[in-house]
Design a protein around this ligand. Sequence first.
Ligand SMILES: Nc1ncnc2c1ncn2[C@@H]1O[C@H](COP(=O)(O)OP(=O)(O)O)[C@@H](O)[C@H]1O
Ligand SMILES: [Mg+2]
Length: 241
Amino acid sequence: MTATIISVVQQKGGVGKSTICMNVAGAYVEAGYKVLVVDADPQGSALSWAAAAPEGTPFPAHVSGLAQMGTKLHTELRRQAEDYDIILVDTPPHADAPQPRSALKMSDFALLPMQCTPIDLNSSYAERALVFEIAEVNEDLKARVLFSRVDKRLVIGREVAKAMRDFGIPTIEPGVRQRKSLQEAYAFGTCITSMEPKSQEAQDFRNLAENILKHIAEDEPVIEYIDRVLAAEQEASQGVA
Ligand SMILES: Nc1ncnc2c1ncn2[C@@H]1O[C@H](COP(=O)(O)OP(=O)(O)O)[C@@H](O)[C@H]1O
Ligand SMILES: [Mg+2]
């Protein structure tokens, strides 16, 4: 067995990385996969999430704290990959943290959660630079942006979604909507597919989990489009000048 490794990366805090990791993990467990969540964030949100589970009803996936591995995280991921079908890596929100960089080296897929605001779009260029850099050494790496904490009523969100066409890294559907039930899932140490299996949010996470595997199987690796994206960007900036 060699696990498919999915890293959830975004330098900005509070965008929903841990929420996405835990709920996507829950959807994969429900689908019958053997799943590990690696908490690579020293803040330990995924670990404390699982610790909130009531006695006798543990969080459905295994959760392991590996933040202390730092730059060596990828070697530990390689070892753990033998025992699981899918590994999700939850990473810290710091630009210079070693864990996201190390995790991406061993990953099949980078999932970049982003809130639909201009400020989030701007700060996501730093994350894109990291993904592009690691794609030079991990030539199979694929990546998608995931809109997180989506509020469909926000006009600005729709404008940002349009601007994403120039970002280069494509988006994945469905986005994660802003929902209280996802905060409650954390408080109860569970995931939305267990807590409210018939809800729209649970179905969205099942669809998201399935689409991630589809994109891993079918997408063009990031290395294949870096030059194209950067050339188009340069052309556009010269056009403005
Ligand atoms: N889709 C969502 N709907 C409602 N609340 C959310 C959603 N995603 C995240 N949150 C809340 O926002 C806060 C930060 O989320 P978290 O997953 O810890 O983000 P990150 O790991 O990127 O820092 C938490 O309180 C969490 O419950
Ligand atoms: Mg987190």
